[in-house]
Unconditional design. Structure first.
Length: 217
């Protein structure tokens, strides 16, 4: 149990890092989709649609085998471990989904918000940062939390590319026990319960937020 719990904590670390990277880049991409610059808007839309409609496992393999094992920076050789490449791979679909969440939240606001800000001589940037985005937070939070739950459950895909997370360690433990078939159900049920115990409260809290922040048009 301590070994499997350690692996599960590693899954959570991967999910938090991937969500952080995907949120930061995805929010920028989402703002690009509503940019007044046509080329930037088209580029952001293409990147969003490409990664949003690509299989997560394919993107994971893409990152694992196309990213270098190490790179040089300022004369220093910095290794790029498999778990970090897996984190980058999982952050790509998160980035695309966050981009759509941001774009959808901004577009869902009434156009009168922009017109009122324009009448007060606000610039587009001031309108976006001071009026539009603060109102979008409550609209973006529930789908963002749902996305994090999905990402957490998807971190087990890292086992396919050899990252030592909970599924990989479960397989190793079963192998050390001689591959006894009667142990398969208890071990994998334990892993299932770990993810359920972590993700279910997030799902319930998301429902509460959706009810609290319900938007009546």
């Amino acid at each position: 149990m301590p070994l499997l719990l350690k692996g599960f904590v590693f899954n959570l670390i991967i999910s938090i890092l991937a969500m952080g990277i995907g949120t930061a880049v995805g929010a920028t991409l989402g703002l690009g989709q509503i940019s007044e610059n046509a080329w930037l808007r088209k580029f952001a839309w293409f990147v969003t649609q490409f990664f949003c409609n690509s299989p997560w496992l394919v993107l994971l393999f893409f990152s694992m085998f196309l990213l270098p094992f190490e790179f040089e920076l300022g004369g220093f050789t910095i290794p790029l471990p498999d778990w970090l490449k897996a984190t980058i791979g999982l952050s790509l679909p998160v980035m695309a989904n966050v981009s759509e969440i941001v774009r959808g939240a901004v577009k869902s606001l009434p156009s009168g918000q922009w017109e009122a800000a324009e009448s007060l001589a606000y610039t587009r940037r001031q309108t976006l940062w001071l009026i539009i985005l603060p109102q979008c937070v409550k609209r973006m939070l529930p789908p963002w939390m749902n996305l994090y739950s999905i990402l957490t459950m998807a971190t087990v895909l890292a086992s396919i590319v050899g990252v030592s997370e909970v599924m990989t360690l479960t397989g190793q433990v079963l192998s050390s026990e001689g591959g006894r078939p009667e142990l398969l159900a208890p071990f994998y049920s334990f892993v299932l319960l770990l993810f359920f115990a972590y993700c279910y409260p997030i799902a319930r809290f998301t429902v509460r937020l959706e009810n609290k922040f319900v938007v009546i048009n």
